[in-house]
Ligand binder design. Structure first.
Ligand code: FEO
Ligand code: CA
Ligand code: CA
Length: 740
């Protein structure tokens, strides 16, 4: 999600609001300093069969199981083989010399051959058969030769699953912009507009076919379809049938309609797609008089940022006539009936989940897996599946001062389930344990179980958890109780296939009014709050963000402790050395890391994407290629946050641990996007010769939806066109492997 949003009336960007008022942050229970040794990591994890089922290269796997000493791949590693792209504020997508980027699928483009080309003037209403808006995460699922199932190495044909996070607030998809919307608006909206916005959310599945060195869309594929904010979903796992999920649509709490704010993603070892619901809380209407709720309900609304007297982001509950259908009423989470099955008081509890869908099975109802908890789910990133071991997924809750989570399945992985579809999901993703992370100030960390057997949760004074469903529905409150560490907005994560270390971007912690260090205490894992911008300090928080990483102590599932350090501090190259801590240069400086992804084709190659608002006077958002080292390859570091004298505050010095400084050999800018976009979402062909990258919301700072002179971007169509989000295909002109 972008940092600046227009068209929200007087609302606060959901990323800027703080809903974590817990006292967490104290480090009185600091662990012993003993660092976790490399030896022992992944012990007992040697299953070539399991990993080949995952489609991962045997080369890295051999490395991953050979944990005695430095792994061979890390020593020899891939090498970045392109000239860095310069920073740019041009309205164009720039890739390195020798590379070609081609638009594959932009907002509104037809996904069926019998659909008319998108006019991009707001008059096309059939988004059910067009690409949605605000492309975000995506994943490549190779099709087998028979064309009826998953082949991890399938390169001739593939299904791309593409998330559509929101529709542009400016209303580019309407002829004359939107009829008034925003949290303060009480103006009824035309149902046609609402229907179109609802359909522009969700997921697109499209088939792509190899054509020479690249891929093209197959608009005749039977797999092409849209999942939207009206699609039917099953609710599964411990919260299924909870009274807290009962609605007029599903009195038993077993189903809901729609997925919202699909941001980042994940995938499973059985070839299904995980799409994750991030800033869903802002979509719901609560009436001003909706105060006759239980104390627990009010605590939950508060913790997730659903205030009363709000119409929600798009005012979807206030359709003009005919507005009596529950298709619109369902966006009103107020208590209006005598019982929960007569209204939608609980509907917001049916959002905020990890959603599993099978791109190969058109008839399978997608499922909201409640085991992974309910929060602003950025994504769900799998650790390497190991036969005989539980499966592990890592998640971040992307809001200011929220937490990092780990899910461990109850059952152990059996590679024979690799073709199991959603039935395998039922087996592995409906039972397990959710943990929240505590980052200690000595460089170690702990996984805190979010269960009633955790006395901090069972005895929590501020909220009386009834059962496991209550804990998962209110995972934020459970993590408060457990004592998790408040982080600087967790975005994407990923597991380095070379050595099993886990990376996670902390995009920033800033708003116009306050930030970490101003109103939130600093700690070792989140040690910054000042940036140095053009010589004058700004005190808005951690404006540039950083990337944290950790090494589990003893295998993904079993490890209850880890060792962490800060892999990189983002900064402007011209910032002072107390801000540009990682030594970034013009070839690799960046701000606000968001997307992060490890290549499978090139083990050890990591991609970083940005969604920035702090450095955009110098450069548009970008993507960098990195060859990361290992946890502990740097040093302990005292970070000095120098005071702004006019603020009357004092220097704050915080001890942290950071990795080696960056240089152009191991970190290099690969791509710069068009104006006012964020770069988010990346996937690749199995041979690594084609990557797919998403450009989200170019022209987001435009001041009109209709007057081209007020657009800040016309990408990708050029001329006077309204800007559009799009998936681009990137190839190397010599047919080689991307990035190397
Ligand atoms: Fe949708 Fe946190 O990015
Ligand atoms: Ca972001
Ligand atoms: Ca993001």
């Amino acid at each position: 999600m972008a940092q600046r949003n227009q068209g929200w009336g007087q609302s606060v960007n959901p990323d800027d609001a703080i809903h974590n008022t817990s006292a967490n942050d104290s480090f009185e229970n600091v662990l012993a300093r003993a660092r976790v040794g490399r030896r022992g990591f992944l012990k007992g994890s040697s299953s070539l069969a399991a990993a080949s089922m995952l489609g991962m290269g045997l080369a890295f796997l051999t490395d991953a199981v050979n944990q005695d000493g430095q792994v061979a791949k890390a020593a020899t590693g891939p090498r970045l083989g392109f000239n860095p792209v310069a920073k740019s504020i041009a309205d164009t997508l720039i890739v390195p010399e020798g590379y070609t980027a081609t638009v594959l699928l932009a907002t509104g483009d037809p996904i069926k051959s019998n659909v008319t080309p998108y006019k991009n003037d707001g008059t096309d209403n059939d988004f059910e058969v067009r690409a949605g808006d605000h492309h975000d995460a995506m994943y490549y699922f190779g099709l087998n030769r028979a064309g009826n199932g998953w082949d991890p190495q399938g390169s001739d044909r593939a299904l791309l699953c593409i998330n559509h996070e929101v529709c542009e607030d400016l209303g580019f998809i309407h002829p004359n912009g939107p009829t008034d919307y925003g949290p303060e608006s009480t103006t009824p909206r035309p149902p046609l507009e609402i229907d179109k916005e609802v359909a522009a959310h969700g997921v697109t599945v499209v088939e792509v076919e190899r054509q020479g060195s690249t891929y093209q869309l197959n608009r005749d594929s039977r797999y092409n379809r849209r999942i939207t904010a009206t699609t039917l979903f099953e609710i599964t796992g411990p919260a299924r049938r909870s009274p807290m999920l009962a609605t007029a649509f599903s009195p038993t709490g077993e189903q809901t309609r729609g997925t919202l704010n699909n941001c980042a993603n994940g995938y499973t070892p059985w070839g299904t797609y995980l799409t994750c619901e991030e800033n869903w809380a802002g979509y719901f209407h609560r009436r001003e008089e909706d105060s006759a709720r239980t104390a627990k309900e009010l605590a939950s609304f508060k913790r997730y940022g659903i205030g009363n007297a709000t119409s929600g982001r798009y005012n979807w509950s206030r359709a003009g006539a005919p507005d009596n259908t529950d298709l619109y009423r369902r966006w009103d989470t107020s208590k209006t009936g005598a019982r929960a099955d007569q209204d939608f008081r609980n509907v917001a509890n049916t959002f905020g989940w990890v959603v599993e869908m099978d791109p190969f099975n058109l008839n399978a109802t997608p499922k909201k897996r409640t085991t992974m908890g309910r929060f602003a789910h950025e994504g769900a990133w799998p650790a390497t599946a190991v036969a005989g071991q539980p499966l592990v997924f890592y998640s971040g809750d992307d809001a200011r001062n929220e937490y990092v989570y780990k899910f461990v399945s109850a059952l152990v992985w059996d590679p024979r389930d690799a073709t199991g579809g959603l039935a395998a999901g039922d087996k592995y993703l409906d039972a397990g344990t959710l943990y929240a992370a505590k980052f200690n100030d000595n460089g170690t960390g702990e996984w805190l179980p979010l269960t009633l057997s955790n006395p901090n949760i069972a005895n929590y004074a501020d909220y009386d958890f009834a059962d496991e469903a209550d804990i998962l529905i209110n995972a934020r409150i459970a993590a408060d109780a457990a004592g998790a560490t408040k982080m600087d907005r967790p975005e994407w994560g990923g597991v380095n296939p070379v050595n099993g270390e886990v990376y996670l971007t902390l995009t920033n912690n800033v708003s116009s009014s306050s930030g970490r260090g101003v109103k939130t205490a600093l700690d070792a894992a989140n040690p910054r709050y000042y940036a140095d911008e053009k010589g004058s300090r700004i005190s808005q928080g951690n404006v540039n963000g950083h990337i944290i990483r950790w090494r589990e102590a003893g295998g993904y599932a079993a490890a209850m402790t880890f060792q962490w350090d800060v892999y990189l501090f983002a900064a402007q190259a011209d910032a002072g050395s107390d801000v540009n801590l990682s030594g970034l240069t013009d070839e690799n400086d960046f701000s606000s890391p968001d997307g992060l992804w490890f290549s499978d084709a090139v083990p050890g190659l990591m991609w970083i994407q940005t969604d920035d608002g702090a450095y955009t006077d110098v450069t548009n958002c970008m993507m960098l290629a990195a060859i990361p080292g290992t946890v502990g390859d740097g040093q302990a570091k005292m970070v000095t946050n120098k005071a702004v004298p006019s603020n009357g505050d004092a220097d704050q010095v915080v001890r942290t641990y950071m990795g080696q400084s960056a240089n152009s050999t191991v970190l290099r800018r690969f791509l710069v996007g068009p104006r006012d976009c964020e770069i988010t979402g990346i996937t690749e062909s199995p041979d690594g010769k084609v990557i797919f990258v998403n450009v989200q919301h170019p022209g987001e700072n435009s001041t009109s939806a209709t007057d081209p002179t007020q657009f800040t971007s016309h990408w990708p169509d050029g001329g006077n066109a309204r800007p559009r989000s799009a998936t681009v295909v990137i190839t190397k002109n010599d047919g080689g492997i991307i990035g190397t």
